[in-house]
Design a protein around this ligand. Structure first.
Ligand SMILES: Nc1ncnc2c1ncn2[C@@H]1O[C@H](COP(=O)(O)OP(=O)(O)OP(=O)(O)O)[C@@H](O)[C@H]1O
Length: 210
């Protein structure tokens, strides 16, 4: 495997964690998973966004920084590849959507200082699914506090993610994940594995699933 650090991103409910598990098994890679369930502000945020957005975003940034720094500094002699189901920049993208202007500027200052200390992934896999499908996935997995998520929030996040990817030259495997089923359909996983094997230049590369 030519990549040492592979990161999967996508909107809420896009299927990042499932793909991260499958890839890490196939590649015998170390797995870094988002620990959103430990964030005590998340259920409160969904009830009252204005009041809880800032502590929520700060908590996510602190936890993710700690997790990535710890994991990436510890060398694992048996697993030379790492797969994560989030990009550290995700903190900034969500903060941009959720915080008022002044608070976002403060957040960005902190983010910029912290971000310099982390390693960027060698390749990003972005799962793009339409909002109606994300809603179905969110409904199906049935985390109670997520059931109030509305279409506008998902659309705005989608736009924020895609414009970030377009503006940066990060090597990206952009997958049209409408109807993706990486668990049940081996051909879907194979598309990702083949893309990781291909010689890709920097920037975005689009793939559809069979
Ligand atoms: N920075 C953030 N600000 C606000 N909410 C966040 C932030 N990061 C994650 N969340 C919330 O945490 C929960 C988990 O989000 P995330 O998109 O990481 O995982 P997921 O939806 O379980 O992923 P997938 O289904 O693609 O595996 C969601 O409710 C999401 O909105």
């Amino acid at each position: 495997m030519k990549y040492r650090f592979i990161t999967i991103e996508g909107n809420i409910g896009a299927g990042k964690t499932t793909l991260a598990h499958l890839l890490s098994r196939k590649l015998n890679a170390r797995l870094i998973l988002e620990e959103f369930a430990d964030n005590p502000f998340l259920p409160k945020f969904y009830e009252n966004q204005k009041q809880y957005a800032f502590p929520l975003e700060l908590f996510f940034m602190a936890e993710r920084f700690k997790q990535l720094k710890d994991m990436l500094q510890t060398k694992d002699m048996f697993q030379s590849v790492t797969v994560s189901d989030y990009l550290f920049t995700k903190c900034l993208l969500f903060a941009k959507v959720n915080l008022p202007e002044e608070e976002f500027r403060l957040y960005q200052k902190l983010f910029d200082i912290i971000h310099q200390q982390l390693i960027f992934p060698d390749i990003l896999i972005y799962l793009h699914a339409p909002v109606h499908q994300l809603k179905q996935n969110i409904k199906k997995r049935n985390r109670s506090y997520e059931q109030s998520i509305n279409d506008d929030y998902l659309f705005t996040l989608q736009e924020t993610y895609t414009s970030y990817i377009k503006q940066h030259n990060l090597k990206t495997i952009f997958i049209d994940a409408s109807n993706a089923d990486f668990l049940a359909n081996e051909k879907h996983l194979q598309v990702v594995l083949d893309a990781l094997d291909a010689d890709l230049s920097d920037g975005q590369h689009y793939f559809t699933l069979p």
